[in-house]
Design a protein around this ligand. Structure first.
Ligand code: SF4
Length: 384
């Protein structure tokens, strides 16, 4: 039976947040993406960008507070003495609305973190964004970490003092889609930012004290630009030296303009094995002090993680280990990973899992045991 039968309060939610913000309270400060032209991105296509008035955002924050208080009260009434974890967990099983689900999940995880949506919160006037962050922290004082997405170009246009002001107001981290550091590729993908602007925006954020996470898309260069994509991305990251580098692998759906480029033969995708060679080159060229994180379901080897530079050898050794496997074992791992059976290379040693993957390969290939690239792409894309 539902613990809360009716959602009496509500606030607006945007479509996405980074995987690392899964337990954050989501506060939507703008709607959609002010650029919205990147060829590899479908998230906001067809949606119009809008700034939200500060008063409206504050109302959403107050609504989140009321839902929080309602959950706390339920905890007392249900005999949990104000402890919210148990009640939050029951609400998560049967939430009356997305807003209640989000608040329950946030409270379940301790109520410490908030993420400001959507694609580029820095585009707000600095004083208004600072006001929103201060209000959020005053209204929900358990929050000690506030993060958001931003574009490098917008960060590059802000004065350093403005970013310092946002840091002072409580902005802890910005997540930026670097995607690539290779100029011609950024242009081809219509990213709307140059490598120089990536460096300028990133450096300014690092200097302001705000923690910075840069996202890289493995495979974005396709078969034509993979080498420059790897080496130039490393060069730009070395200059920025962000706290985090997060990688994800290119996955395509038909709402992305890049899908059309693939159909017309303008863009040729790299295979999983080629992307691993690209990732190896990227890591070899990295000379920064970042945490390298691979927390996305699309990545073939999510265990390639570590602190740079000290873990570089360990990360490269994993790639070497995969590359030195016999061809049929590499195919077995790729298929096993793409159907969700494997996570780690060591999973290959699990006899039951290995046999299960062999059976899948047999079925997919109708007995030939030859798996084509299209099959692998569609398995990968089944996850997104
Ligand atoms: S800036 Fe980000 S959200 Fe906007 S279109 Fe590009 S990738 Fe998508």
């Amino acid at each position: 039976m539902a613990l809360i039968k009716q959602a009496l309060h509500s606030f607006e939610l945007g479509p996405i947040r980074p995987p690392s913000e899964a337990y954050s309270l989501l506060i939507r400060v703008t709607r959609n993406c002010p650029w919205n032209r990147c060829k590899f991105c479908h998230t906001y296509k067809g949606e119009k960008f809008q700034l939200r008035p500060v008063a409206e955002i504050k109302q959403d924050i107050k609504a989140a507070q009321v839902i929080q208080d309602e959950i706390k009260e339920l905890s007392w009434k249900s005999g949990y003495g104000g402890r919210v974890k148990e009640v939050a967990s029951m609400i998560l099983n049967n939430p009356p609305s997305q807003a209640y689900y989000n608040v329950a999940l946030w409270l379940y995880a301790g109520g410490k973190s908030a993420f400001l949506q959507d694609a580029n919160s820095l585009i707000m006037r600095t004083n208004e964004l600072a006001e929103v962050i201060r209000f959020l922290k005053q209204t929900l004082p358990s929050i000690n970490r506030v993060t958001s997405y931003a574009r490098s170009k917008t960060a590059a246009k802000k004065k350093l003092e403005e970013l310092v002001e946002l840091y002072g107001a409580g902005l802890s981290r910005l997540h930026i889609g670097l995607e690539s550091g290779y100029g011609p590729l950024l242009q081809y993908m219509d990213k709307g930012v140059t490598a120089t602007e990536h460096i300028e925006g990133g450096r300014k954020i690092v200097e302001s004290g705000i923690s910075l996470c840069e996202y890289v898309v493995l495979g974005l260069g396709g078969t034509k630009m993979w080498r420059e994509h790897a080496t130039q991305t490393a060069r730009v990251l070395n200059e920025i030296d962000p706290d985090f580098i997060r990688v994800r692998t290119l996955a395509i759906n038909n709402r992305m303009p890049l899908c059309h480029e693939i159909e017309t033969g303008n863009f040729i995708r790299s295979t999983d094995e080629e992307i691993l060679t690209e990732e190896k080159l990227l890591i070899e060229y990295l000379e920064c002090h970042s945490n390298y994180v691979s927390d996305h379901i699309t990545n073939l080897l999510p265990e390639i993680e570590g602190k740079l530079p000290q873990d570089k050898g360990k990360m490269l050794a994993l790639i070497d280990r995969f590359q030195s496997l016999p061809p049929q074992e590499r195919t077995n791992f790729i298929v096993g990973r793409r159907v969700g059976i494997y996570i780690y290379l060591d999973d290959l040693c699990d006899v039951h899992k290995h046999q299960a993957v062999e059976q899948i390969i047999n079925k997919l290939s109708q007995g030939s045991n030859q798996i084509d690239d299209k099959t692998i792409y569609s398995l990968t894309e089944g996850f997104i």
